[in-house]
Design a protein around this ligand. Structure first.
Ligand code: FAD
Ligand code: ZN
Length: 461
């Protein structure tokens, strides 16, 4: 095996001074709220083109040199950690929107473009790229693809997987696989792009993507309701979906503790409804006619109120009120008050959720009587986020908390990662959600595409 120093020496002339930075401090790399990256690397590779990336990987492949792709560093599962001898790779210089096609409703972008730039460019054309998440300003399209990101509007528009029509990727040996098809329908053999979507940088490096755009909705209605019990919560989801005639775009639930957390000082969000209840829901509908859609939205909520499914409701009357309700939902930073904390992202069947959360709380409190567990999430997608704080950040305590969270999930057939991926953080728990034959097939794919294990080695499994 060649030393990393000699691989760098071979890469330098091919990449030039902008394309290869030595002595970078990964911890100070730009990321969400200045969090930075984790680990260290002898060099950061910054190709400006797919061809340069191909050269990089051809050289690294020849020497068995490991490479860790890094996007906006907003991932939540430690999937971008470098070790002293791995090279970091960023597509931050490949950050161009190459084409926007309003007829076919597609946008072709380089993988280093931030999500928010894509959203804004689509909107300027009267179109929408529907994927949305709190880290939109820093997260990149390449990272969104590699994690198969979810977010706030999955219930209507699907995950990243559903919004990618084609992509280009560079394989471990430098081969460029260009599948930049703009068609929605294309059943010509295996759907190769799906290999890379959600593969966390372990099967290939995504360089360019053809995104599927939608018409920009002309109306937005946001309501916030209080629900007296869990059965009525699932009832509400079904009935409001039916009543809104296909326009339901978010159904974000908060357990009472989370609602209190994000609406009490130092949080600055106001409470949209004052009634005390175990569950609260942000309901959003995106449609085509503000006046008519608002009338339907109000009628739907009145119907739920009369049926006793909700016990209080507020409907935002202006853009600033709509934004305020969303900002409250997204104010996850308030959880820092309970530090040290651990964040979980699980999915399970709706009818298992109530008992699951109750069992988790019981088991946490049995061991740590002051434990907190903030539960909220994309309930419409069967996806809950749990943020636990047990007052002990030791490795032993963290593992014990994970045992509770995943131990209660296993018998219910839930997933240890609904939308964030596996990385290093959830790697020990993959077998809770994946069988031996499934993991063996993943290994076979990895072996076929990256036989020398140079792409983000050690992540996922
Ligand atoms: P990074 O974190 O840099 O990397 C993530 C993974 O992608 C790593 O495995 C990396 O190796 C790989 N990768 C990056 N670029 C490439 C590439 N070009 N080719 C191949 N592999 C690559 N996620 C959700 O799904 N839903 C949410 O609602 C959500 N909300 C969030 C809110 C906040 C406040 C924060 C901080 C994060 C949130 N996330 C959410 C997680 C995160 O934003 C997403 O996982 C995002 O898709 C990561 O993009 P990134 O560019 O930051 O990638
Ligand atoms: Zn989420």
């Amino acid at each position: 095996m060649t030393s990393v120093a000699s691989v760098i020496a071979e890469l330098e002339p091919a990449l030039g001074p902008k394309g290869l930075l030595k002595d970078v401090d990964i911890a100070t790399r730009p990321a969400w709220m200045g969090n930075g990256g984790e680990g260290s690397a002898p060099a950061l590779l910054r190709p400006a083109t797919t061809e340069e990336l191909s050269t990089i990987l051809r050289i690294c492949h020849a020497h068995g040199q490991a490479v860790v792709p890094q996007g906006g560093l907003t991932g939540l599962v430690r999937a971008t950690v470098t070790s002293g001898s791995t090279l970091a790779l960023s597509l931050e210089r490949m950050n161009r929107i190459e084409d926007i096609d309003p007829v076919n409703r597609t946008m072709t972008v380089q993988a280093g473009v931030p999500l928010q730039a894509v959203q804004e460019q689509a909107e300027a054309e009267g179109l929408m790229f529907p994927l949305d998440l709190g880290a939109r300003g820093s997260a990149t399209i390449g990272g969104n693809v590699a994690t198969n990101a979810g977010g706030n509007r999955v219930i209507r528009y699907g995950m990243m997987r559903d919004n990618v029509l084609g992509l280009e990727a560079v394989l471990a040996d430098g081969t460029v696989v260009s599948s930049l098809h703009p068609m929605i329908k294309n059943n010509t053999g295996y759907d190769l792009k799906q290999l890379f979507i959600g593969s966390e940088g372990t099967l290939g490096i995504v360089t360019r993507v053809v995104l599927r755009l939608r018409q920009l909705p002309r109306s937005q209605n946001v309501g916030f309701v209080a629900v007296p019990d869990f059965n009525r919560l699932t009832d509400l989801l079904r009935r409001i979906d039916a009543a809104l005639g296909g326009t339901l775009s978010a159904f974000e639930v908060m357990w009472r503790d989370y609602y209190e957390l994000v609406t009490t000082a130092p949080a600055t969000n106001r409470k949209p409804v004052a009634t005390d209840a175990p569950y609260y829901v942000l309901i959003e509908s995106l449609g085509s006619d503000q006046a008519a859609d608002e009338a339907r939205f109000e009628a739907a909520l009145s119907e739920m109120f009369e049926a006793g499914i909700i016990v209080d409701a507020a409907i935002a009357k202006s853009q600033s009120e709509r934004d305020a309700i969303w900002a409250m939902r997204d104010d996850v930073g308030q959880n820092a008050r309970h530090a040290p904390i651990q964040a979980f992202d699980v999915s399970l069947k709706l009818d298992d959720m109530e008992a699951y959360v109750a069992e988790v709380n019981e088991r946490l409190q049995a061991r740590w009587p002051k434990a907190t567990n903030m539960v909220f999430g994309h309930l419409g997608d069967g996806n809950l986020h749990l943020i636990t704080g047990v007052g002990d950040g030791s490795a032993e305590a963290r593992h014990a908390v994970e045992e509770v969270i995943y131990g209660c999930l296993r018998p219910r057939g839930g997933s240890v990662s609904a939308e964030h991926g596996i990385g290093l953080e959830k790697k020990p728990w993959l077998s809770v959600s994946r069988s031996e034959p499934e993991i063996a097939l993943m290994r076979a794919l990895k072996q076929a595409l990256d036989p020398k294990d140079i792409l983000n080695p050690g992540k996922v499994f």
